[in-house]
Design a protein around this ligand. Structure first.
Ligand code: CA
Length: 224
C-alpha cells in the first residue's frame, strides 16, 4: 500500500516512514503542507498520515483542499488533545485521528483499519475473512497479503468454507460439495484435505481460521 506522510518534524517523520516501510508499505514523505497537498493530489496513495501542526498551510487547510478533489483516507495527527480539533478534523473529512504522543503499534492498527475500509467492497469479487482474501474468479488466495499456492481441490475446499463462514459443515457435506462423492463409510479424505489446507493458510499465521467442531465437522471463522 502507498502511504503519504505529511509531517514537518524530521525525526517524527523519519520514525513513521521507517516503521511503515518495515510493515511493507511504500512510503512518501512531505515536510510541509504545500508539498503535502501537491503530493496528495497528484499521487495515488491508499492513505495519508497528516500532521495538524505544519508551518504555512496547516493540516486542516491541507485536508480541506484535498477533500475538494479526492477521498483518499486521512489519518490526522496532533499534539493538541483538544476535542475541538478532533471535531474540526472529522468535519473536514478526516477518517481517523491520533493524539501525540502515541505508540507506533497504535498508529499501525489505525492504518490497517483505514486501509481495509478504503478498499472497494460492493462490486469486489474478493471474499474476505479476517486477513484471508480469496478471489474465486482468479482462483487466488492471500493471507496478510501473502499469496498462497493451492491445488484446485484445496481452493474449492477453502472457497466453500469461506462462502459458508461461521457455519459448521459436516465431513459428509464437504465431501459431497467439493468432491461430488457421497460416502457411506468412514473416510478421512476430508480430514486429510483440511490438514493440508491448514498447513498452508493457518499454520504460518498466529490467528487460526479453520476450526474443528468435534463430532460434527469444520467451520471457518475469525476468533480474535
Ligand atoms: Ca508538526
Amino acid at each position: 500500500m502507498k502511504i503519504l506522510i505529511v509531517e514537518d518534524e524530521r525525526r517524527a517523520a523519519e520514525y513513521l516512514r521507517q516503521g511503515l516501510a518495515e510493515s511493507g508499505h511504500v512510503v512518501e514523505v512531505a515536510f510541509n503542507g504545500t508539498d503535502g497537498l501537491h503530493a496528495a493530489i497528484n499521487g495515488d496513495h491508499d492513505l495519508i498520515v497528516l500532521d495538524v501542526m505544519l508551518p504555512g498551510l496547516d493540516g486542516f487547510a491541507v485536508l480541506s483542499a484535498l477533500r475538494t478533489a479526492k477521498q483518499t483516507p486521512v489519518l490526522m495527527l496532533t499534539a493538541r488533545a483538544q476535542v475541538n480539533d478532533k471535531v474540526r478534523g472529522f468535519d473536514l473529512g478526516a477518517d481517523d485521528y491520533l493524539v501525540k504522543p502515541f505508540q507506533f503499534p497504535e498508529l499501525l492498527a489505525r492504518v490497517r483499519t483505514l486501509l481495509k475500509r478504503g478498499r472497494p467492497a460492493p462490486s469486489d469479487p474478493v471474499q474476505r475473512v479476517a486477513d484471508l482474501d480469496i478471489d474465486p474468479v482468479r482462483h487466488r488466495a492471500t493471507r496478510s497479503g501473502q499469496r498462497i499456492d493451492l491445488s484446485a481441490k484445496e481452493f474449492a475446499l477453502l472457497a466453500l468454507l469461506v462462502q459458508r463462514t461461521g457455519e459448521v459443515l459436516s465431513r459428509t457435506q464437504i465431501a459431497s460439495l467439493v468432491w461430488d462423492i457421497h460416502f457411506d463409510s468412514e473416510t478421512n479424505v476430508v480430514d486429510v484435505a483440511i490438514r493440508r489446507l491448514r498447513a498452508k493458510i493457518d499454520d504460518p499465521f498466529p490467528d487460526k481460521l479453520i476450526h474443528t467442531v468435534r463430532g460434527v465437522g469444520y467451520v471457518l471463522e475469525s476468533r480474535p
